[in-house]
Design a protein around this ligand. Sequence first.
Ligand SMILES: Nc1ncnc2c1ncn2[C@@H]1O[C@H](COP(=O)(O)OP(=O)(O)OP(=O)(O)O)[C@@H](O)[C@H]1O
Ligand SMILES: [Mg+2]
Length: 509
Amino acid sequence: MILKDIKRGDTVLEARGITKRFPGVVANDHIDFGIKAGEIHAILGENGAGKTTLMKILFGLVQPDEGEIYVHGEKVNFRSPLDAIHFGIGMVHQNRKLIPAHTVIENIILGHPKSGNILNLKRTGEEITELCDKYGFNIDLKAKVWQLSEGEKQVVEILKALYRGAKILILDEPTSALAPPETKKLLASIKIMTGDELAIIPFITHKLPIVLTVSERVTVLRRGKVTARLKTADATESNLAKEMVGREVIFRLERVEVGKGKPILQVENLSALNDKRVLALKGVSFSVHEGEIFGIAGVSGNGQQVLAEVLAGLRKAVGGKVLTDGINITHYTSLERWQKGIGYIPSERIDVGSIGDFSLVDNVFMNYYFDDEFSKWGIIDSKKIRKLTKEIISEYAVAAPSSDITAKSLSGGNLQKLILARVLSRKPRLIIANLPTQGLDVGATEFVQNKLMEAKKERAGILLISEDLDEILSLSDRVAPIYEGEFMGILPGEQATRENVGAMMAGLK
Ligand SMILES: Nc1ncnc2c1ncn2[C@@H]1O[C@H](COP(=O)(O)OP(=O)(O)OP(=O)(O)O)[C@@H](O)[C@H]1O
Ligand SMILES: [Mg+2]
């Protein structure tokens, strides 16, 4: 049966006793869970709690070992996502699944041209435009996906599901890669959808204020089990965090003054092009000192990514200079920069930060192979690298049954923790941290922010790039709001308030 006459409040999807085991972990442990039409049902849980696994099971991507799924009271057996789509279920994945070289419209209809064998792009375009108008999405259907911002890509994924007739929409961390204004827009759109009796399951692992404002109901998972079921009206930020993590969580970090030392990084008039070969970084100048966190605040797409890549040696500068300890490193390779003690935490944990098919040990080794201590005369000291991997996995609480599993079998947040652990364990003198807490749960976020603070106390210089204004304001000694490739100013921490940094990020000098 396909969902037809749905009324608000009907239970449209139910999971009973869902259990899924992977080698060494029970990802889902007898989960019971139901969602209702017209409701936004948030699923919370620490990194590795089993959220993505559960959703993949509901979407037919992963088969459960035990348990049953009911759609509108009817027991179903999903062999693949095609079956789930047939029952009106759509899913937007944590790791986007779009084809960059294709247009928006091509991506939406890929695998599902409604017009049968004859492709009527004009009609299809009209249908999609109608969906956009209805839900307040604003997107150029003819643009190529690689030209889109993260928020726009998210919209394409949602349109793709809606175009297939989804009545139950599963959104896996829909906002973790979005800037605040994009998040706001997206949330407004999903609110409109619930007016159409769509049932929506988003999980927003660490942005608890969002959960509190958009959802009607919350289910909390911990280590594969449901630990709480609440009406959002009865929830608070601190009790949700406590249910997730199993302990109290501090939300605000105290900035410690360590007295900044000499400059480690000096950037002079640096310019660079983006992938579209457009000037995206327009002559920025700043320095980062020992014992200082220098925060760059900005909405994504304003040049901060380009800046991070130039500093990491992954993108060429077209003008200006980069110096560390007074030495011009503008043309150094990324390996040479690592050897000078510059550590890079990339924002793209899958494409740049890790190799999915490599083991955790080999992924850690990627930041150590150039050290005599770990590899000499072409011979790798695998015992040593294995020991180090085990140590940092335990220190950073990366949930993994063994260090020989592949990186791609880690949950999103745990992969992020592995990358952070690998970089920070080298104790770099300069850390370029690009969205370091993206996708991390509240406990892990607190842990990583403390680690950055510790590095600062040990007199490292830290360049922190983040879209999370709270993170920037609570950690940074100085804040540079970036807008269209330029700094709108550089503010001392005491002067950086939500209001003035927010205004400068929007282009006010
Ligand atoms: N294909 C797989 N092979 C082996 N283990 C897996 C696989 N997929 C998931 N796991 C494990 O199952 C557990 C739950 O992972 P899952 O991705 O569901 O977590 P999550 O709650 O979505 O976490 P995050 O917030 O970090 O995205 C983790 O321990 C993970 O390593
Ligand atoms: Mg996940």
